[in-house]
Design a protein around this ligand. Structure first.
Ligand code: PLP
Length: 334
């Protein structure tokens, strides 16, 4: 596997820190080492996991002669915000096709957090009703930009293409190198799973390295079967592209019990996990992705489902700006 041969535009602060969570570990009463890979700290306009994907996607866009990025997501999409920032950094235009994927939020939901940053970063923001076909809406926007003389490059939801997933193949190499530097054995990796590029890339990278860590994707879509299919397909095509062996099906673990009723709706366990991480480690999680993944980690340690050798590494994928659209997440004083 020669990842270095792939064009990449540096956008992220790398490597991101790998840090122990000892106060969290003690609060849980476990001897198991619990660490966090700080991909919330990738640095681009609030950071998060999409920046690693965008390093490869932006290079692909540039190679195609693009001067404009078009992408999509929910209203509070972290991916859309990081794409807007990447476009600004690279001197490109940006259209964001956002859909109302989460029902019953208050008025601030469409102006604060990620949406505020989208506007600040200069993106052209459209907000569409739930059920809008994101692909069609993006194609329509791209066609209009072409008429204006631009060359748009369309990035699907979450940047989860074979190109975007390369960012997390690279992250797997980075994580394993950091663990070697610290003489740390990694037994289990816990990561949220939505559009799937993060989990697929990590799996492909770890498998190519012959690293045996168990990777557990915590579904946040409330549709674990679909998430599993998406990740399996993306891991296979990403591996093919790199010319490495695809990770076998038994390496793919999707845990569906922590998504709550729907995407974007936190449960009591989601909010409890966010408060636990904040109040033991000063670590800010978001109620849509990372706090659901942390709820899965806490539950797995509590029930023994995560039992085994080696450290548990939580991949913090970011999402802090989205937190501001969920003021109820703060809770009473400890
Ligand atoms: C997009 C996102 C995820 C999910 O990553 P996928 O690659 O889409 O599965 C997790 N956490 C945060 C904060 C995100 O923005």
């Amino acid at each position: 596997m020669d990842l270095g041969a792939w064009p990449r535009v540096p956008l992220a602060h790398l490597p991101t820190p790998l840090e122990p969570m000892d106060r969290l570990r003690r609060a849980l009463g476990t001897e198991r080492a619990v660490w966090v890979k700080r991909d919330d700290a990738t640095g681009l306009a609030g950071g998060g996991n999409k920046t690693r994907k965008l390093e490869y996607l932006a290079a692909e866009a540039k190679a195609a002669g693009a001067d404009w990025l078009v992408t999509t997501g929910g209203v509070q999409s972290n991916h859309a915000r990081q794409t807007a920032a990447a476009a600004a950094r690279l001197g490109m235009g940006c259209d964001l096709v956002l859909t109302r994927a989460v029902p019953d939020r208050d008025a601030g939901y469409e102006s604060t957090g990620n949406v505020q940053l989208d506007h600040l970063l200069g993106a052209h923001v459209q907000i569409h009703p739930v059920g809008t076909d994101r692909g069609e809406a993006m194609d329509a926007v791209a066609a209009r930009r072409r008429v204006q003389g631009h060359t748009p490059f369309v990035i699907p939801t979450g940047g989860s293409t074979e190109t975007g997933a390369l960012g997390y193949v690279r992250a797997a190499l980075e994580l394993v190198n950091q663990a070697v530097d610290r003489d740390l054995a990694i037994g289990t990796i816990v990561v949220p799973a939505s559009s799937g590029g993060t989990l697929a890339g990590l799996l492909v990278g770890l498998h190519a390295l012959n690293h045996s860590a168990r990777v557990i994707g915590i579904d946040v879509e409330a549709d674990a079967a679909t998430t599993r299919r998406t990740v399996a397909g993306l891991a296979a095509s990403t591996a093919r592209r790199l010319g490495v062996e695809p990770p076998p099906g038994e390496r793919l673990h999707i845990e569906g019990a922590h998504a709550g009723p729907a995407y974007g709706i936190p449960t009591d366990a989601t909010l409890a996990a966010a408060r636990m991480a904040a109040r033991t480690e000063g670590l800010v999680l978001d109620p849509v992705y990372s706090a659901k993944a942390m709820a899965g980690l806490l539950h797995g340690l509590d029930t023994g489902a995560l039992a085994g050798e080696g450290a548990v590494v939580f991949v913090h994928t970011g999402g802090l700006p989205g937190l501001f659209a969920y003021p109820e997440a703060a809770g009473p004083a400890a």
